[in-house]
Design a protein. Structure first.
Length: 225
């Protein structure tokens, strides 16, 4: 509300009256200026605005704000997906030519090199990488009820074989149609054997394996990862 200064009758000369009137006009002018300044410092009234917690927000921009929030949420989701670790790349070093059938006797499977000299690839192996022997597509037809020992062999090495591990088929034998894979780190063994003749894998069942044991392996390979 504007400040109203009520005038009162003044006693005195005409000069005193003029001085008093000038003072009153000055007071009114200052009050009017304060009102104008306060009004101009506020946002201009507009039907397209509303107050939210003391802040002027344009209604026309609310939909845009919602779209911006949705876009940011999508960005975070996409960023989260992009940060998810991707499967590491692999390089094939060698592989068996065909699927393998295991029964109650040891089986030796030749590994054919893929491409360039295998020994050179192993020697140039980058830090942080390993060589894996992968038994993939493992399927049980007759449960052996025991372990299979896994050896990596080089024909001209002395001794020619390195034991790299063993595996069982527990969890696969009793699940109809199930397949599995087993993998072994063979970097150290391969460094010892590479360059010492043709490579092969020997798979030997435990002597206590069932006579009707039958396990199939879809693919045997050496991979760098």
């Amino acid at each position: 509300m504007p400040t109203v200064v009520r005038s009162r009758p003044l006693k005195g000369t005409s000069k005193d009256f003029e001085v008093a009137s000038a003072r009153q006009r000055a007071v009114r002018d200052r009050a009017r200026q304060r009102l104008i300044s306060g009004y101009e410092s506020r946002p201009a009234p507009d039907s397209s605005t509303r107050k939210i917690v003391g802040t002027t927000v344009f209604r026309g921009s609310l939909n845009g704000a919602r779209l911006l929030l949705l876009a940011l949420a999508g960005l975070f989701v996409a960023e989260g997906c992009a940060m998810s670790p991707s499967p590491p790349s692999t390089e094939l070093l060698a592989a068996a030519a065909a699927p393998v059938r295991l029964e109650h006797m040891p089986v030796t499977v030749a590994l054919a090199p893929a491409g360039a000299d295998l020994a050179a690839k192993v020697a140039a192996l980058a830090p942080g990488h390993e060589v894996y022997l992968l038994l993939d597509g493992l399927r049980v037809i007759g449960d052996p009820g025991s372990l299979y020992q896994v050896e990596l062999i080089a024909a001209d090495a002395r001794p020619p074989a390195r034991i790299v591990g063993s595996f069982n088929v527990f969890g696969v034998a009793h699940a109809e149609g199930a397949t599995a894979q087993r993998s072994f780190v063979v970097t150290a063994a391969l460094r010892e054997l590479a360059g010492s003749g043709a490579l092969s894998v020997r798979l030997s069942p435990d002597p206590a394996a069932a006579p009707d044991a039958r396990v199939e392996i879809g693919r045997i390979s050496l991979l760098v990862q």
